[in-house]
Design a binder for this molecule. Structure first.
Ligand code: NAD
Length: 324
């Protein structure tokens, strides 16, 4: 702000005009209007980054999270925090938007605990939608997953048939179906974003179910071999956290509604190659139940509808994580 005032005092007319035009353009597009936004799962890995960005953009943010996998220290101090289990109905009077990210997001955990994860991932999602519909929010953005494609023979498109291979994947498919139902029957605008393998800082490397990149970085720092499930030739489409956050914000700001959109890079890398980039000895363990061999997405729909393109390449993303 001080810099802007300085520029105005210096009296550079060209710069002044550019600033005024930009502000007017953004105002007409509604970008500077503050919204009241609820983010479920805002203490978790993806949710906490999203909350930080929303607050940076000037929005008022409420985090609803029961801290089951998330951490209190992840929560932006400028957000209001409500410690709540979404298995119970939650309402907040009035809200503009809801990002629904709270979930028990692990494939193996859902296989071991199908009832518990169903309660959170399915009943919780229903509760959030019912609440959103009662509050007449402008849009719900739902964190869905590539897991519902099952095996990908080619880059998965949103129109492809889905083959959920775990309770978790099925829960997300039911969540998407509920998003569609609430849009159609109750007129509630929704968007389901199918995240592929998201990585970045705050991705917990200590849990049994942690995502592979943070786990590898931790193992390397402890000078332990990188543990690989199966033969390591399985591939994943890794997408960096900042790109995912950008996609979420674009989904909120856009006029697009009642869509399912892949959020992926369209590039795959094998776990062996990933281990080589990170470096260190490898050790092979038996494959895990529910793990698929190949995951890769097609992101043309995100490009066309949201004007979203991932910016961070895998080696850059890993370097950014190493610097943190
Ligand atoms: N990380 C990925 O690669 C990835 C990929 C696809 C989809 N997703 C989806 O994105 C969302 C966020 O994933 P993440 O990686 O940040 O996971 P995360 O575990 O870090 O975050 C989930 C958050 O939900 C909270 N939560 C869990 N149960 C709750 C309950 N009953 N009530 C309230 N809060 C509860 C947890 O405490 C945690 O803060 C999830 O819905 C997940 O399914 C993630």
């Amino acid at each position: 702000m001080e810099n802007i005032l300085e520029i105005f005092q210096i009296g550079n007319d060209f710069v002044k005009n550019v600033i005024v035009d930009t502000i007017l353009l953004n105002l007409t597009q509604g970008k500077y209007f503050m919204s009241k936004i609820l983010c479920t799962g805002g203490a978790g890995f993806i949710g906490s980054h999203l909350v930080d960005k929303l607050i940076e953009l000037g929005h008022e943010v409420i985090v609803v999270d029961n801290l089951s996998t998330g951490k209190a220290e992840n929560i932006n101090p400028k957000a209001d925090f409500i410690n709540w289990d979404i298995s119970e109905y939650y309402t907040n009077g009035s809200l503009d938007y809801i990002f629904h990210l709270a979930a028990l997001p692990s494939v193996p955990y859902s296989i071991e605990h199908p009832t518990k994860t169903h309660r959170v991932n399915v009943n919780g999602t229903y509760n959030i939608l019912k609440s959103a519909s009662d509050m007449k929010v402008k849009k719900v953005i739902f964190a869905s997953t590539a897991a519902l494609y099952g095996e990908c023979e080619k880059p998965a498109r949103e129109s492809d048939k889905i083959f959920p291979k775990s309770p978790y994947a099925l829960h997300k498919a039911i969540g998407e179906a509920y998003m569609g139902l609430f849009s159609e029957v109750y007129g509630l605008p929704t968007i389901s974003l199918r995240f592929f393998n998201v990585y970045g800082k705050r991705c917990d490397p200590n849990s049994d179910y942690s995502l592979v990149i943070s786990k590898f970085l931790k193992l390397r720092s402890e000078k332990k071999p990188l543990s690989i499930y199966g033969n390591g030739r399985q591939t994943r489409d890794f997408v960096y956290i900042d790109d995912v956050v950008d996609a979420c914000i674009l989904a909120m700001e856009s006029e697009i509604k009642n869509e399912v959109i892949n959020i992926c890079t369209g590039k795959e890398i094998s776990i062996n190659d990933l281990a080589d980039i990170i470096g260190g000895e490898k050790v092979y363990l038996p494959s895990r139940k529910g793990d698929v061999f190949r995951t890769i997405g097609n992101n043309m729909k995100a490009k066309a509808l949201l004007q979203w393109t991932p910016k961070v390449q895998i080696w850059e993303g890993i370097r950014l994580m190493e610097e943190m």
